[in-house]
Ligand binder design. Structure first.
Ligand code: ATP
Length: 260
C-alpha cells in the first residue's frame, strides 16, 4: 500500500510542485494520474520511489516511511519499485536479453557484475519476463533494431524481471503511435491482472487513461482535484482538472503573453 499523508514538495527554486496530498493506493490497483502540463504528475510518481524527496508530510510504502531511508536502504527499496520512462532508458547497442539482465546487476557479486556473468536462473527469469510481454522471439536482437513499442516492452520486461510490487510509469506511451500505445497499455493491464502488481501511470491521453485505469487521480497545480473511479469521471470533472490551464492560456493571450 502507498500512503501519502499531508505531503508537500517544494523544489529548491521554491517551486511548490505538490501541496496537501492525501492518497491511499492499495496493492493491485491500476491508477492513472492525469492533469495539465506542470501540474505535478511526475513529481508525485517520483516521490514514491524516492527519486525526489518530499518536503512535508509522510509517505509510506508497504509500511516503510520512504524519507527515513538512507544509503543502501534506498537502493534496496527501489528494487521493489519498477520505473518505466517515456524514453525507455535502454542500452540500444546491446541485445534485448542483456538489457533485461541488467535488472539483476545490483544483486550480483562484484566479479560477476564486471564480467557480465549472469546465472542460469537469471537468464530464465529474463526470458520469462520477455515472454510475458510477447517479445521472447526478440531476446537476442539488438535493441536498436526494434520499434518504439517493442522497446517499451523490453523496458517493461526489465522491470518485471526485477519482480516489483509496484510499477510506476512516467508517460510510457507519449512517444508511441496510437495503435502501439494501446498494445503497451494492454501489456500493463495483463501484468496488473495476472501478477497483482500495482500500476501507477502518469499519462497525457485522457481517453486511454479512462479506458485502461480503474482509478483516476486528477492533479491541478500540485493538488489532487479528482480521485475516483474512471467510470465516474464526468466532463465537468475533466473541465475542472484542465480548466485552470485553459483559463490561464486565455488570460495570457488577453494580456498579450505568447511565451506560454
Ligand atoms: N527538478 C526541478 N526543479 C525545479 N522545479 C521543477 C523540477 N521538476 C519539476 N519542476 C516544476 O514542478 C512543477 C511540476 O512538474 P512535474 O514535472 O511534476 O509536472 P507534470 O505534471 O509531470 O508535467 P508534464 O506533464 O509537463 O510532464 C512544474 O512547475 C515544474 O516546472
Amino acid at each position: 500500500m502507498i500512503e501519502f499523508i499531508d505531503v508537500g514538495k517544494t523544489y529548491s527554486n521554491n517551486m511548490k510542485a505538490l501541496e496537501d496530498i492525501n492518497l491511499r493506493i492499495e496493492k493491485g490497483e491500476f491508477v492513472a494520474v492525469i492533469g495539465p502540463s506542470g501540474a505535478g504528475k511526475s513529481t508525485l510518481l517520483r516521490c514514491i520511489n524516492r527519486m525526489h524527496d518530499i518536503s512535508e508530510g509522510k509517505l509510506i510504502v508497504d509500511g516503510v516511511e520512504v524519507n527515513s531511508l538512507k544509503g543502501k536502504e534506498i537502493r534496496k527499496f527501489r528494487q521493489r519499485i519498477g520505473m518505466i520512462f517515456q524514453s525507455y532508458n535502454l542500452v540500444t547497442r546491446i541485445s534485448v536479453i542483456k538489457n533485461v539482465l541488467v535488472s539483476f546487476a545490483p544483486k550480483l557479486p562484484y566479479w560477476r557484475k564486471v564480467l557480465g556473468l549472469y546465472t542460469k536462473e537469471h537468464k530464465v527469469k529474463a526470458l520469462t519476463a520477455l515472454d510475458q510481454v510477447g517479445i521472447l522471439d526478440k531476446a537476442y536482437v539488438r535493441v536498436d533494431q526494434l520499434s518504439g513499442g517493442q522497446q517499451q516492452r523490453v523496458a517493461l520486461a526489465r522491470t518485471l524481471a526485477q519482480n516489483p510490487d509496484i510499477i510506476l510509469a512516467d508517460e510510457p506511451i507519449a512517444s508511441l503511435d496510437p495503435v502501439t500505445a494501446k498494445q503497451v497499455m494492454d501489456d500493463f493491464t495483463k501484468i496488473n491482472r495476472e501478477t497483482n502488481i500495482s500500476v501507477i501511470i502518469n499519462i497525457h491521453h485522457v481517453e486511454i487513461a479512462l479506458e485502461y485505469a480503474d482509478r483516476i487521480i486528477g492533479i491541478r497545480k500540485g493538488k489532487i482535484v479528482y480521485d475516483g473511479k474512471a467510470e465516474d469521471l464526468t466532463e465537468e470533472n475533466l473541465n475542472y482538472i484542465y480548466k485552470g490551464q485553459t483559463e490561464e492560456l486565455q488570460s495570457n493571450e488577453m494580456e498579450g503573453k505568447t511565451d506560454v
